[in-house]
Write a protein that binds this ligand. Structure first.
Ligand code: GLN
Ligand code: ZN
Length: 774
């Protein structure tokens, strides 16, 4: 391969673009296909149209090299599994019968077979389907999709670069197939996988690819020497092939660190690096390894996962430094634009001044093109764009929305004492026991009850005007009465109001706090055909009025048993929003915490004795590299404690997290100083209870005894057995009985039966414990 010439114009490129279309046409077509209303041919045609429109949009914005193969009917990691022939045995028949239906069977399962597991793509809110690999996995190359999409783009006259998940990341993201021996490491399959990649690269070259991008984001995580060796070997081997396109190895979301020298030395023609956010140290690291002489560097200077406009001057500074460090420098977003909405211009309800602060995918493409132009032809050629950019940045920095002096003064005055309960846990526990009078092994739920079709209809009618606010609130009240009555009858000890008024646990609060903005069309793919519209946390946060007190006290008025107040914690509020990039995350979290702290105080003043602050996102926003984790956990747990620290000793603070893998944050869970934590545990047979106990966790724990992710009803015996398991780790005085998570996605039938069984199981085990102690 010949090195790229230095004189070439800087290219503007991206690694991927939102797949759904301006009107979520893809969602409609795919779901229509599932329901039988859309034919396979019509689905393919919609997809082709969307790809064509995306490339057109990119080219019109000035992108000179478009990506191909980033489009997906469901998920690009699943596409990779298909590309390398890694179809689990249980799905093979379906795939052979019909490739498209087999593909969706892997994604969603069928009556007979379970789907692939789904998990978060690094620290984003995108979910991918986890490859299942075992010692028997035989890879076979299927380049059909990649080749076809490349040919489409080339036929339309675009300069195009196929984008593939790289072989090392693919294996590092995989999990052992169910039949594999314990401890099986998918990375041991590398030698079997590389020839398949070689074949696909050859096919792409034959189809006209000059460059192919191999994404290796897994290399930005802490990697063992063996894993780094595997990466070195993979790229030595692929680089050594004769029949191949030029290779661009891409990384994003964090710095490459130890993997940078490995890739810099590899015989590939280019690297793509992220220079935004936590990945900014890549700049110094690159200088330290002596740059990439003779190679192509694709510089991710436009943040691909947040929605703010770029700071051109800053990016130009970075690019100027990089020019001296590589054979040629091209401009890109830091990662695929899959993680941002499509087009800020569609936000016609947003104040036009504020809209100018937003750069969604389409605007980012234009920013990249502008920066590439400046790089090639000089900064003078973008004088107008630079001036406008400066003005927009200044308008944002000086806006009253961004800066509220009252909020800033309050946040600056926070002391350590504010973030600490006035009494240590043992004294609080005694006060709570006296105040609440709960039995041993108290029963509760996580907050939400089924979001019925009736509730959704009521919300839709409120939006359309068919139902007025008063009528809507009557429906909510009726639902709360029914939920409370059911819980009383079932015999639960700590009740909830059921959250019927909440469409979404973050959006509900975002709509009631200053500093958050909503979008109308800001859809981002979460998984498959599920899209979310994260709020934009744009400015200083305050709480103009109580947000939950009314519904909680309404529920409390229906019963003599304690009703638990229900709040979304500060870390989760940030994690599921687009956050401001003009101050440290910890500062933003502190503002949200102060607003929530006022809610805690108001709930308490209104007589709420138990308050739950949900933090399901605490672990998912953990920095990818361990070196950033201590600082993150410090502000994250600090924000939680600031939310709850003002509560009276007798007020019982609960928290909830939805996962069982929290080994690396046990210390942080302790640092929350919550009186009670509920966690997912049913599927892992209460392993969390052992782990928490093993770590010396001193407070109360509710390891879930009902796996709410399936409609299956656990029997009383099953729940009781899990409770007895829990008792082996946690003493009865500190063990709670609850489901794994909220019930909003469940139906009433299984909710009723399961909660009744759960209460009965608690009764049985309670009697056993009392008999033992007697
Ligand atoms: N209180 C919320 C609910 O019950 C918690 C949801 C969650 O943890 N994701 O729905
Ligand atoms: Zn949960």
């Amino acid at each position: 391969m010949t090195p790229e010439s230095t004189a070439a114009a800087a290219r503007a490129t991206v690694y991927g673009y939102p797949r759904q279309g301006g009107d979520r046409e893809l969602k409609k077509a795919v779901e229509g296909y599932w329901k039988g209303g859309v034919s396979a041919g019509a689905l393919h045609e919609t997809a082709r149209e969307l790809r064509r429109a995306n490339w057109r949009q990119l080219a019109d914005a000035g992108i000179t090299e478009v990506p191909t193969g980033d489009f997906s009917y469901y998920d690009h990691v699943l596409d990779t599994s298909v590309m390398v022939g890694a179809v689990p045995a249980r799905h093979r028949a379906a795939v052979e019968a019909d490739a498209l239906d087999g593909y969706f069977a892997m994604a969603r399962g069928t009556q007979e077979v379970a789907p692939l597991e789904m998990t978060k793509w690094f620290d984003t809110n995108y979910h991918y389907l986890v490859p299942e690999l075992g010692p028997d996995t035989a890879f076979t190359a299927d380049s059909t999709k990649q080749v076809a999409e490349l040919e489409e783009a080339l036929a339309l006259g675009h300069t195009a670069r196929p984008v593939l998940v790289g072989p090392v990341t693919y294996l590092l993201l995989a999990k052992p197939a169910p039949a594999a021996a314990p401890g099986f490491d998918p990375l041991t399959l590398l030698d079997r996988l590389l020839p398949v990649y070689a074949r696909i690269l050859a096919d792409l070259r034959a189809a006209g690819a000059a460059w192919v991008q191999l994404d290796e984001p897994a290399l930005v995580q802490d990697r063992t020497p063996a894993e780094l060796n595997a990466a070195a070997r993979a790229y030595r081997e692929l680089g050594g092939l004769t029949d191949r396109p030029r290779l661009l190895v891409a990384s994003y979301f964090d710095r490459l660190g130890e993997a940078l020298p490995v890739l810099a030395k590899a015989p590939v023609e280019g690297l793509a690096l992220d220079f935004t956010g936590p990945a900014a140290p890549n700049l110094a690291d690159l200088a330290a390894v002596g740059g990439l002489p003779g190679k192509r560097l694709v510089a991710g200077v436009v943040n691909g996962r947040n929605i703010w406009i770029n700071d051109y001057e800053k990016s130009l500074g970075t690019l100027a430094t990089l020019l001296g460090l590589a054979g040629r420098v091209d401009v890109a977003a830091s990662c695929s634009l899959l993680h941002v909405p499509l087009d800020a211009a569609a936000e016609r309800d947003t104040d036009p001044q504020i809209r100018r602060w937003f750069a969604f995918a389409r605007q980012k493409a234009a920013e990249i093109a502008t920066l590439a132009r400046a790089l090639t032809r000089g900064t003078d050629t973008i004088a107008a764009e630079l001036a406008a950019n400066r003005a927009d940045l200044a308008s944002r920095a000086n806006s009253a929305l961004t800066r509220d002096p009252g909020v800033r003064a309050r946040a600056a005055a926070v002391t350590d004492t504010d973030a600490r309960r006035s009494e240590p846990y043992p004294r609080r526990a005694a006060a709570q026991r006296a105040h609440l009078g709960l039995p041993l092994l108290p029963t509760t739920s996580i907050g939400s009850f089924p979001q019925t079709a009736d509730l959704r209809t009521a919300r839709a009618e409120l939006r359309s005007g068919a139902l007025d606010r008063a009528g809507y609130e009557e429906r909510i009240k009726a639902e709360i009465r029914a939920v409370v009555a059911f819980q009383e009858k079932a015999g639960l000890d700590v009740l909830v109001h059921g959250e019927p008024e909440r469409n979404d646990m973050v959006q509900y609060f975002a709509e009631r706090l200053t500093g958050f903005l909503a979008t109308r069309h800001g859809w981002v793919q979460s998984y498959g055909t599920r899209y979310v519209r994260p709020p934009v946390l744009a400015g200083d946060v305050s709480r103009p009025a109580p947000m939950t007190v009314r519904w909680t006290t309404y529920a409390q008025a229906q019963t003599g048993r304690p009703v638990k107040g229900m709040l979304t914690g500060p870390v989760t509020m940030l994690a599921w929003s687009f956050v401001r990039d003009d101050q440290p995350l910890g500062d933003t979290a502190r503002q949200v915490a102060l607003a929530l702290r006022d809610e805690v105080a108001d709930l308490e003043a209104a007589g709420t004795a138990v308050i739950q602050v949900d933090e399901p996102a605490l672990r998912e926003t953990l920095p990818l590299r361990s070196c950033g984790r201590a600082e993150y956990l410090d502000w994250a747990t600090g924000a939680f404690r600031l939310t709850t620290g003002g509560a009276l000793p007798r007020t019982q603070i609960h928290t909830h997290m939805c996962y069982a893998e929290f080994g690396d944050i046990v210390g942080a869970i302790d640092a929350l100083d919550a009186d009670v934590i509920s966690l997912e545990a049913a599927r892992s047979h209460m392993r969390v209870a052992d782990e928490l106990a093993g770590a010396g966790y001193p407070r109360e724990v509710g390891p879930g005894v009902w796996d709410i992710h399936s409609p299956r009803v656990p029997s009383t015996a099953e729940a009781a057995a899990l409770l007895r398991r829990g008792l082996e780790a946690v003493p009865a005085e500190r063990l709670w009985v609850n489901p794994d998570c909220g019930l909003k996605t469940r139906g009433w039938t299984e909710t009723r039966a399961s909660l009744e069984n759960l209460v009965e199981a608690a009764r049985q085990v309670r009697a056993e414990v009392s008999a033992e102690t007697a």
